[in-house]
Design a binder for this molecule. Structure first.
Ligand SMILES: Cc1cc2nc3c(=O)[nH]c(=O)nc-3n(C[C@H](O)[C@H](O)[C@H](O)COP(=O)(O)OP(=O)(O)OC[C@H]3O[C@@H](n4cnc5c(N)ncnc54)[C@H](O)[C@@H]3O)c2cc1C
Length: 392
């Protein structure tokens, strides 16, 4: 008897569900173990949730390739065609236009719960994928030809590969004894959903102020998600304001181009922390998404990096499976880690530099602001930056 699965994926968030869909649609036998509940349907006219992600073109392509993009309703996604960053005076700014790259758009802003729901709808179509909800691993027992994973229900699963996609506090990572390097940026981000006076926009902008960056992410219709970074104290004060007082505070502090707000619809704050796993792989085990890396959300690239992990790993695993080779082999996993770690390190370095320049001492900030103006005139370099951010 052999009840060994091809893969067990722990964590049915956006990244884990994407890996499960990619492997499942290749005909592999997969178990998806999720600690929480399956995602609920989201009505087209439901209020917007606070957790929004910018999906770049590479992420969008992955969601298309695994058959999930079609489950994201048009009413719940907002394309963006321009990205702008400026200093606090807004005199110095850099602008990226999708048309400069011959693209219709840069990607879409979509609620996390809508992306996750779309992926799970796709999983329901794949007979090779079994989902186990309200379940988590308690022991990892690696073997030569397969790995055993014991769940908290007492159930034992066996597979040739275990994928840890269980987020920043990954249990899989802890069971495998993988340490992390953690960084606290000493800032919090207040996420605020608002109803705007202006109609739907196709530009996403960030403004860097001495207190921390401010950003506007457009959503469908007269909606937007604002991100207001600040010290933990300043953020706590803002978060405690009632809706009308917060609306007025935003109108005073945000640039005029926001165009006035009709209402504050919701808010929540998050600490800005970084975390990087010291290794992405162990025998028959790979980490993806936030289990492997949590980066500063400054440029909204965390999920995009995670989905690129999903694409890289599943491409290698599916190729091995199709060739009749071991989908959890050591060489395959080492290749995955070699491909992904440098990408994450480059993104962390870019975010750290960005953060230091724009929240650092005055001369550094001025240099950063001047850099924006210079960057705006560097055609080929600017296109390089854009291509990297798009995952192209
Ligand atoms: C304020 C903020 C704004 C952000 N904005 C953006 C953005 O604009 N663009 C972008 O690309 N990224 C953004 N990010 C980052 C993005 O949200 C994360 O990178 C992304 O959610 C990671 O997905 P994941 O599937 O790896 O992990 P998660 O979304 O954390 O999913 C992990 C899953 O594993 C499950 N789980 C956890 N523990 C266990 C266990 N022990 N057993 C079984 N299951 C378990 C959880 O229930 C969950 O379903 C932002 C982050 C923050 C904090």
């Amino acid at each position: 008897m052999d009840d060994t699965l091809d893969a067990i994926i722990v964590g049915g968030g956006m990244v884990g569900a994407a890996v499960a869909a990619a492997l499942g649609q290749a005909g592999m036998a997969v178990a998806l173990v999720e600690g929480g509940r399956p995602p609920e349907p989201v009505a087209d006219d439901a209020p917007f949730d606070l957790r929004i992600s910018s999906l770049n073109l590479a992420s969008q392509r992955l969601l298309e390739a695994v058959g999930a993009w079609g489950f994201i309703p048009e009413a719940r996604r907002c394309p963006f065609r321009h990205i702008e960053a400026s200093d606090e005076t807004e005199r110095r700014q850099v602008h990226f236009g999708a048309a400069d790259l011959g693209l219709p758009d840069f990607g879409h802003f979509v609620e996390n719960r809508v992306i996750r729901r779309a992926l799970w709808q796709r999983l329901a179509e794949l007979p090779g994928v079994a989902t186990h909800c309200h379940a988590g691993p308690v022991a990892w027992l690696p073997g030569r030809h397969r790995t055993l994973l014991e769940l908290d229900s007492g159930r034992l699963l066996a597979a040739r590969l275990v994928v840890g996609a269980d987020g920043a506090g990954s249990r899989v990572r802890a069971l495998a004894g993988i340490a992390t390097r953690d960084e606290d940026h000493g800032l919090r981000a207040l996420i605020i959903n608002v109803r705007t006076r202006l109609p739907q926009q196709d530009v996403s902008w960030q403004r860097f102020t001495p207190g921390g960056p401010q950003a506007m992410l457009p959503l469908p219709g007269h909606h937007a998600s604002l991100v207001w970074y600040g010290s933990p104290e300043a953020t706590a004060e803002r978060e405690a304001l009632d809706d009308e007082a917060l609306r007025l505070a935003i109108e005073r502090a945000f640039p005029e181009r926001l165009g006035g707000l009709e209402a504050v619809l919701g808010r929540a704050s998050f600490p800005i922390r970084g975390r990087h796993a010291e290794r992405y792989v162990r025998p028959r085990l790979a980490l993806v998404g936030d289990a492997a890396h949590v980066i500063n959300p400054l440029a909204g690239q965390g999920l995009n990096l995670g989905l690129q992990d999903a694409a890289e790993l599943s491409e290698r695993v599916v190729a091995a499976f199709r060739a009749g080779q071991d989908p959890g082999g050591q060489g395959l996993l080492a290749g995955y880690a070699r491909a992904r770690r440098p990408q994450t390190l480059a993104m962390i370095a870019a975010m750290t530099a960005f953060h230091r320049v724009f929240t650092g001492a005055e001369p550094l900030r001025q240099a950063g602001a001047a850099g924006l103006a210079v960057a705006d005139h560097l055609g080929p370099a600017k296109r390089q930056v854009m291509r990297r951010a798009l995952g192209l």
